[in-house]
Design a binder for this molecule. Structure first.
Ligand SMILES: Nc1ncnc2c1ncn2[C@@H]1O[C@H](COP(=O)(O)OP(=O)(O)OP(=O)(O)O)[C@@H](O)[C@H]1O
Ligand SMILES: [Mg+2]
Length: 269
């Protein structure tokens, strides 16, 4: 790949748990092009979130390098580095501060990253909410007064606050019911196309992968066992583990069909 936006080489992370060493991630390498959606799949404990946290600078890799737009990211990230890559987590309620209104949380992100003029930031909060399909009056509410879907939209708006090109999504729809999940995936697809965003999309749900990802990385016990274009991986998986994952996932369920229809609809409009 020429000039990837993100280039990850040979990341390794070991945790010491008591007297035991856990090899959470071994020699993880991947390139992500600008505008691409790269899915990272694998069973629970395969190391997906550890990779995400190293990309975000939350965890320090033991070895390996992460380059963003051609430049190596340091272990200690500056505010500018943190602005470049944002996270959306699985549980939006724990991601947002319960004692702050939605407006205050979004405003804080704008203030911390010094986005726009101070006097403009009230408007920016409303624009961010509109971008994720929420009305301005949501700004006055606390997270516990929102539905799971609304709360995840706020988390996406916050990730968008500093206009990052790259968003790491760690199981962003896993805690939502099927219809809400489909709508959030539709929103993420729209944002990616409209704003030329780049996603690293972590999920254990292969139906989601088939519908949103350009390419897939399959992880098993901390290592990549297969990488490829989504269509190729699903039609002609090369690694036995990928074959088992696909075989264990229903071919096309009614829910996936519903998801496809909602996604098709959001992409046409
Ligand atoms: N802070 C930590 N301390 C010790 N071990 C950890 C820590 N974080 C992760 N691990 C271990 O590292 C391995 C990879 O964990 P990780 O959370 O990255 O998996 P995952 O693929 O995200 O799983 P899930 O799908 O359940 O979220 C697991 O064996 C986990 O127990
Ligand atoms: Mg995880």
């Amino acid at each position: 790949m020429t000039n990837p936006l993100l280039s990850i080489s040979r990341l390794t992370k070991t945790f010491q748990v008591g007297s035991q060493k856990v090899n959470a991630v071994r020699q993880f390498s991947a390139d992500v092009a600008a505008g691409e959606c790269l899915a990272v799949v694998g069973e629970s404990g395969s190391g997906k979130s550890t990779v995400a946290n190293m990309i975000l600078g939350i965890l320090k890799p033991d070895t390996g390098e992460i380059r963003f737009a051609g430049k190596s990211l340091p272990l200690r990230r500056s505010l500018i580095h943190r602005r470049q890559i944002q996270l959306v987590q699985q549980n939006p309620y724990s991601a947002l501060n319960r004692s702050r209104t939605v407006g205050a949380s979004l405003r804080l992100a704008l203030d911390v990253h010094k986005i726009g003029a101070r006097s403009q930031r009230v408007n920016s909060v409303i624009e961010l909410l509109a971008e994720v399909g929420l009305e301005a009056d949501i700004a006055g509410r606390y997270p516990n007064a929102l539905s799971g879907g609304q709360c995840q939209r706020v988390a996406i708006a916050r990730a968008r606050a500093c206009n990052s090109q790259l968003i790491v999504l760690d199981e962003p729809t896993s805690s939502l019911d099927m219809i809400v999940q489909a709508r959030i995936l539709g929103l993420l697809n729209d944002l990616r196309l409209q704003r030329q965003l780049t996603y690293i999309f972590i999920t254990h749900d292969l139906a989601v992968v088939r519908n949103v990802a350009d390419r897939v990385v399959v992880m098993k016990a901390g290592e990549i066992v297969e990488t490829g274009q989504t269509d190729r991986v699903f039609t002609d998986p090369t690694h036995p583990y990928t074959r088992r994952l696909i075989a264990a996932s229903p071919v096309v369920t009614e829910e996936e069909q519903a998801l496809r229809e909602i996604l098709r609809h959001t992409m046409e409009n």
